[in-house]
Design a protein around this ligand. Structure first.
Ligand code: GRF
Length: 212
């Protein structure tokens, strides 16, 4: 069974969804860069070892990432999942975990990389928004895509309502992506593409606001 280490910075709802999903891997540890991350309590409740590597204790990104990698490597993970981990990682760190490091992002990448994705989507008036699980590469939020979920943006959506609709899908697709990784059904190939070995595909179109 593969080992997975999950990195968080806050609330931990994705972590909770992954715990609930009964993944076919061992969650070896949950690591946070903030001691006050609510997700740490969720991990503890499930009897999962937790660690804090506080970025404020380090002079620069390189020394923080080196300390973080040392802790991660102690758990010998096959997969490292960023679940609301709010630090930008150095190219050295990302390259060390090539093909093993994944992230969940609250937009349909490559649209809306970075922060405030829901507010920006609302401002632009897009009618379809969503979330993405991707392999992490040094190009921030632009690594090869494993799976995406799209949701409609509704007429009277607030940022909170839209965020909640996207978050529900994050919880579903992150568990799916990790299940595939655990079973070697998705790999990052030599051409730098995410290759899926499963055949099932859905041909349904999401039309928003819908045809009459
Ligand atoms: C999620 O929206 C995730 O996509 C983003 O940060 C948020 C973390 O939420 N990277 P949670 O801590 O998993 O509840």
């Amino acid at each position: 069974m593969k080992n997975i280490v999950i990195l968080i910075s806050g609330r931990g709802s994705n972590l909770q969804a992954l715990l609930k999903a009964r993944l076919p891997c061992r969650i070896a540890a949950v690591i946070s860069n903030r001691a006050d991350a609510e997700g740490l309590a969720i991990a503890k409740m499930h009897g999962i070892p937790t660690e804090v590597v506080a970025h404020r204790d380090y002079m620069d990104r390189d020394s923080f990432d080196t300390a973080l990698a040392k802790i991660i490597d102690g758990y010998q993970p096959d997969i490292i999942a960023l679940a609301g981990f709010m630090r930008i990682l150095t190219a050295t760190f990302v390259t060390r975990y090539h093909g093993r490091l994944i992230n969940i992002h609250p937009s349909l990448l490559p649209a809306y990389s970075g922060l405030d994705t829901h507010a920006r989507a609302l401002r632009d008036g897009v009618k379809i928004h969503g979330c993405t699980v991707h392999f992490v590469t040094p190009d921030l939020d632009h690594g090869p895509i494993i799976i995406q979920a799209a949701v409609p943006v509704l007429r009277d959506d607030t940022e909170q309502a839209l965020a909640a609709r996207v978050l529900r899908e994050e919880h579903r697709i992150y568990a799916q992506a990790i299940r595939w990784l655990c079973k070697d059904k998705v790999i990052l190939n030599e051409q730098g593409q995410a290759k899926l070995r499963h055949r099932k595909q859905s041909g349904f179109a999401l039309v928003s606001p819908g045809l009459e």
